[in-house]
Design a protein around this ligand. Sequence first.
Ligand code: CTP
Length: 450
Amino acid sequence: MKKVITYGSFDLFHEGHYRILERAKALGDYLIVGVTTEHFDRQRGKLNLVDSIMTRIENVRHTGFADEIIVEDHVGQKVEDVQKYGIDTFVLGSDWEGKFDYLKKYCNVVYLERTPNISSTFLRHDRMRLIKLGIVGTGRIAIRFIDETKYVSGVEAVAAYNPDEISLSNFAVNYPVLTFSDYFDEFLNEIDAVYIASPNETHADYVRKAILADKHVLCEKPMTFTYDEAVEMYGLAHDHGVVLMEGIRAAYLPGFQQLLTVATNGSIGDICDIDACFTRIGGKNTREMSDVKYGGAFMEYGSYTMLPIFKLFGTEYEDIRIDSILGEGGIDRFTRVQFLYKDRMATSKTGAGVKSEGQLVISGTEGYIIAQSPWWLIQSFDVRYEDPDKVDHYDSPFIGGSGFRYEIAEFLGKINKTSGTDYKLTSQESIAMAKVVEKFMGIRRQQQGW
Ligand code: CTP
């Protein structure tokens, strides 16, 4: 019996899928079809699948060509499957020409001509309203962000706003978008949603204006400096029926979701302590190293270190203590925030101009999780136990070094109401972070006398 295998996401099942299955089946006697999990697709950078895995499997089954359907969920599985099932011919469409030649060691590899003018991407575009995105601020982060929008279907960056005309025109050289340096309202008129990546102290004002104009908002952290303002913003967004999301990238990465699951599924017992550290020695003139009022270690990195704490312990701590080591002009070089919960504690350590081991350690009664720097761009972590020889390693790679596309996909999913709840970062967690920032700034203000 000649066995053939082929793989795909088979999202929004279309004629191209039907035709490749038909031809693959004709190449042998028994056809195995591997359907990818959503998790695997997300890891390989394919976001915004519309159909669930059950629907995609059902659609493949309906064709009647598949003798067996399997699920593909990790890199390297194709080699395993070819050996396990004794495959004679591996088939994929011509868009993958050459990519799987390494399998020729084990079987025939055939690339079949793709059916022209149809793809899942095309159908997704077709059924989704294209969200026109504007970008406020045109610095380093905005550039990394805009590069990643290309990998998420259903969104297009069309306009940029920056009162600093030089930065704006430098940006526009590489990104052909409408530019605005003056009238914010006119900029808002061109878009459905906005990504705010301007200096920290300008975030809240832009957020408010955009919501009042009924635009969806994704704002870089920290979104606001006070508890009241954070509450006001989420209330406003609710009243205007728009999405408001704080851009804490780590929250949206697949590996961070996996870490939260492992932390709470009993693998390490009851969690007693969380220690989250993020430090960087930046250039002298960077905001984090020099802006006494709105820069410094905690303002820049505190959102990341507070994230695992609030996700795992909640926002109702019993006590909080903030200590900093100050540098020139009173900027915080190193800040430690200690949270006391009932029977639990947590520490956030941030440094700008101080270097330390940037780890995330979650300690439990049965073992601990350790995620190494840069855990805020998490790709893997370990679970360790009393027995030093026992280590469980988890890999959760993602595509695109900056990880922005996962945040963008989440934002879009919320706008299009396809991504369920707020689980990844709730408004309550975001508001709790603003409350800590407010307390931190109060202490700094007193010390600096402003
Ligand atoms: N395929 C094809 N002709 C098309 C589209 C897909 O022959 N017009 C093939 C692919 O080459 C692959 C299989 O169908 O072997 C499953 O592809 P999949 O990636 O699920 O479909 P696409 O439409 O290419 O999806 P996307 O646009 O999301 O990449």
